[in-house]
Design a binder for this molecule. Structure first.
Ligand code: UDX
Length: 434
């Protein structure tokens, strides 16, 4: 099959490379000349394990190419994917659909023969109808179907998630479009991976419902963690104890400093707006959004508490700045709340992140960036683990203790064990473990 992928951001690039790896002929299109130039040189604009090799091997195999002008690719495509950004609109939290609509306009002018137009971007319910209207208005004669096919991949595990998903959701009632989508995903072994055909609006909502549910699940365990601290219980055992119940499931029950990233904060907010507008407010999610925002802001106070309440003149080492490990993505990362709050309380912040420092330097004024974890810890009054990168799980703790002014660790990701840390002489605090 021939695929045109519009947008070479996270989802577009990963999906494009994976479809090419499935054996399809894929052209990834982007309006940004510097991005296309870099991609053509084999440089990947984002950090994602395995992506560079996957892109390189498919470019070499002649199945993957990049283009600034998508005309040729769109004209000849069996399926045109829209994978452009849908950021939160300033002011009202609705998803900004201007890039999606611009892509629809472009596609309208170009398609030839039966073409499936697929939204991979996370778009509010009804966007497929709007895309269909835009194309139909410009090209009353065109033969096309608009399909919703949300992507559920996680940063840091994107290729694995794309190639071995729990399910593929395809929103269309058009039989020809269903056939094209089945063919595109055929290499997944559809016996093992269910492909769920739904109505288009339903599919659009599934994506938001999935992200909102996961955000809610994390927020639930975060609140249980606070409760555990007050009643002398252990949140990790609570998570295991409830997670073994198959109706609940063990994933996404890891308590921490609050969720961040490019999806959960944006999509929960957009769902709240959509639901309010539709006259069916989702109060559980409204509350989830509020709790999570408050939680990220409250993390700095834990550090102050660990240092006796006053941060004036103190130095705090932050290990990890990205919203999760194995990404360089800083969007809505807890560090963006924690570092400024620590500095506002009078602390000097010195930080290290394995991949996120470049981006962090643009976003975190006043933070002193260090070259490695031990550099960051040197001379600090406390070390805070903010992102659970593997290299922070295996720190030389004796060395950390020697480098610190006082042996204080605030572990916001529960990477270490309280009894072990105490035995090593640390004043250790973590999340939800009394
Ligand atoms: C998420 C969804 O998982 C994915 O399906 C969707 O397509 C995009 O959004 P992503 O944002 O890449 O993916 O990361 P994810 O691993 O889901 O983590 C999101 C945030 O939740 C991170 O800040 C992470 O630290 C936090 N989290 C996750 C927890 O605090 N506890 C958990 O148990 C799981």
């Amino acid at each position: 099959m021939r695929v045109a992928m519009i947008g070479t951001g996270y989802v577009g690039l990963v999906s494009g490379a994976c479809f090419a790896d499935f054996g399809h002929e894929v052209t990834c299109v982007d309006k940004d000349p510097s991005k296309i130039e870099r991609l053509e040189r084999g440089e990947i604009p984002i950090f994602e394990p395995g992506l560079e090799d996957l892109v390189a091997s498919n470019v070499r195999g002649g199945r993957l190419s990049f283009a600034l002008d998508g005309a040729e690719a769109i004209r000849t495509a069996d399926a045109v994917f829209i994978a452009v950004g849908t950021p939160s609109r300033r002011g009202d939290g609705h998803a900004d659909l201007s890039y999606v609509h611009a892509a629809a306009e472009e596609i309208a002018g170009l398609i030839e023969g039966f073409t499936v137009v697929v939204t991979k971007s996370t778009v509010p319910v009804g966007t497929g109808d709007e895309i269909e209207r835009i194309i139909r208005e410009r090209r009353p004669d065109a033969d096309f179907a608009v399909v919703s096919n949300p992507e559920f991949l996680r940063e840091g595990a994107a290729i694995e998630d794309f190639k071995r998903p729990d399910r593929v959701v395809v929103g269309t009632e058009d039989a020809r479009a269903q056939e094209v989508m089945r063919e595109l995903y055929r290499p997944l072994n559809l016996n093992e991976t269910p492909i769920l055909f739904t109505g288009r609006r339903t599919s659009e909502l599934i994506k938001y419902a999935a992200n909102a549910f996961l955000a809610m699940k994390i927020t639930f365990i975060n609140e249980m963690a606070d409760l555990c601290e007050n009643v002398g219980a252990d949140v990790q055992q609570v998570a295991r104890g409830i997670g073994l119940d198959k109706r609940i499931g063990s994933k996404f029950l890891h308590a921490g400093p609050g969720y961040g990233g490019s999806c959960f904060p944006k999509d929960t907010l957009a769902l709240v707006r959509t639901a309010t507008d539709a006259g069916a407010p989702v109060r559980l999610i409204e509350t989830t959004v509020q709790i999570n925002d408050d939680r990220k802001k409250a993390m700095a106070a834990r550090v102050a508490k660990a240092l006796g309440g006053d941060l004036k003149g103190k130095t705090v080492a932050l290990l990890g700045l990205t919203f999760k490990p194995n990404t360089d993505d800083m969007r809505d990362a807890p560090s963006l709340d924690v570092a400024p709050a620590l500095m506002a309380m009078g602390a000097t912040v010195q930080a290290f992140d394995p991949e996120g420092m470049h981006e962090a330097a643009r976003m975190l004024d006043g933070v002193v960036f260090r070259d490695g974890p031990y550099d960051a810890v040197e001379g600090a009054d406390a070390v805070v683990i903010l992102t659970e990168w593997d290299q922070f799980r295996a720190l030389d703790l004796d060395r950390v203790k020697l480098l610190l002014k006082q042996p204080v660790m605030v572990d916001l990701r529960n990477v270490y064990r309280p009894d072990d840390m105490r035995a090593r002489g640390f004043r250790y605090s973590s999340i939800g473990r009394a």
